[in-house]
Write a protein that binds this ligand. Structure first.
Ligand SMILES: [Zn+2]
Length: 444
């Protein structure tokens, strides 16, 4: 007997049609899949979820988060200069991580994401110090219940992994993970290569890494153009020169990438992830290229990046993108040719859902509420003191919401947060493990 759930929505934001597809409506879910969306559905046998006082919408999709760092969140809040983050996390703390530190960091980070309505997250995990570290990261994502894309990166303990012109190949363990833990592309957990690209690896190395990802049938996610010194390396142009750009690649940041390189992104169907808040909060990382991307027709996804110096929730990302754009472009600072004069709350909500799904290669499965898609759905209480009385549900979500307003979160029809509380977690145990791990990581 299949399990059927019927959600009776107050406001339904499907994100299916511009400008956001808002209506009252009902959603019928069968075995984790959306089977019907209509103003009224007759399904007497279904379990009814009364969301008459809720905004019902697709879960958020985060395309780049260094989840392993969650137990030292806020560590670099006032760190200066910005490169000190790399010194602190990549060179000082990262090498001492044990598998259990990766586990609790990822578990806590994934639960935080769910708590804030993120139903899919790309875990950008450059903490592959041993295969056990990778397995711990994957275990934690799995146990949280989130839909996760595990971005397999490199080791922080092997010399030469993250040095300019690195000749060390991407860790071969990625092939084992593909075989043993990610053999199905239909499961909740999928694999990408968290690659180094031309800014870090030598020409032969980044090319063979990318070829390995393609041989394994997985996407690649690569940091690109953060800070002027990286932009000067013209990594996108380098990849384009060899004809190796494609729609299986997501570039993160691109702040200092040149205009002609952004055109190469547009021409090759490459997707982009902007960690807007962290980009603003890292002096010198570079102007957010949202105006230059939109002028070329490239719509970015959004990402929480690192919680060591920013809040990772998607409300923060959406608000930051909106306010930055209006301040920067509205203030006459844009150097793009014909950028949109302004952007709207609907635009940033689309970045946080639809474009995230596209950048993770999953738009056929998630990112909107439509028949045939997975029931990755969130519900936001309208009766909250910081939201009522709602005029425009999209504006309320983007301008007014915080994670505490998220009442219900479901991934593939399975409820992970209900009545404002995460389901089936042992908070005392999590707290104790997180404290212990933080103490260990930060001990000098
Ligand atoms: Zn990053």
């Amino acid at each position: 007997m299949s399990e059927r759930q019927l959600i009776k929505c107050g406001y339904l934001i499907t994100m299916e049609n511009a400008p956001g597809g808002i209506s009252a409506g009902q959603i019928l879910i069968e075995d984790g899949k959306i089977v019907h969306v209509a103003p009224q559905i007759d399904a007497a046998d279904a379990r009814v979820i009364d969301a008459s006082d809720m905004i019902v919408m697709p879960g958020f999709v985060d395309t780049h988060r260094h989840t392993w760092q969650t137990c030292v969140r806020h560590r670099c809040a006032d760190i200066h200069p910005p490169f000190a983050y790399f010194q602190e996390m990549m060179f000082k703390r990262g090498p001492r991580y044990r598998p259990e530190d990766v586990w609790i960091g990822n578990y806590l980070g994934a639960l935080s994401a769910i708590d804030g309505g993120v139903t899919t997250m790309l875990d950008w995990s450059q903490i592959q110090n041993t295969p056990e570290h990778s397995d711990a990261a994957v275990d934690a994502l799995q146990q949280s219940g989130i839909r996760a894309v595990f971005g397999h990166g490199w080791s922080l303990t092997e010399a030469g992994s993250r040095t300019p012109n690195s000749v060390r190949p991407h860790p071969a363990d990625i092939a084992r993970l593909r075989r043993e833990r990610f053999s199905s592309d239909d499961s909740l957990l999928t694999l990408v290569m968290a690659g180094r690209g031309p800014e870090i690896a030598s020409t032969e190395t980044w090319q063979s890494d990318l070829k390995l990802a393609r041989d394994l049938g997985i996407r690649s996610s690569i940091h690109m153009g953060a800070f002027a010194f990286n932009g000067a390396k013209r990594g996108i142009a380098e990849m384009n020169k060899y004809g190796m750009l494609g729609d299986d690649i997501t570039f993160i940041h691109c702040n200092s990438s040149a205009d002609d390189e952004l055109q190469m992104i547009a021409d090759n169907g490459v997707t982009v992830s902007l960690g807007v808040y962290v980009e603003m909060n890292s002096p010198g990382l570079g102007d957010i290229p949202l105006d230059r991307l939109l002028a070329l027709g490239v719509r970015p996804s959004l990402s929480g990046d690192t919680e060591t110096l920013g809040s990772a929730d998607m409300f923060t990302q959406m608000r930051s993108a909106l306010a930055y754009y209006r301040s920067y472009v509205g203030g006459g600072h844009s150097r793009a040719v014909n950028p949109p004069e302004t952007i709207t709350t609907r635009d940033v909500l689309q970045f946080a859902t639809v474009e995230g799904a596209r950048a993770n290669g999953m738009l056929h499965k998630i990112g909107t509420i439509a028949p045939g898609k997975s029931a990755d759905i969130i519900m936001i209480r309208l009766s909250e003191i910081n939201l009522l009385p709602v005029i425009d549900p999209v504006a309320a979500v983007v301008i007014g919401c915080h994670p505490g307003n998220v009442d219900t979160v479901m991934v593939e029809g399975r409820i992970l947060k209900k009545d404002g509380k995460l389901v089936g977690i042992d908070l005392a145990d999590i707290r104790q493990r997180a404290h212990e791990s933080q103490h260990y990581i930060l001990a000098d």
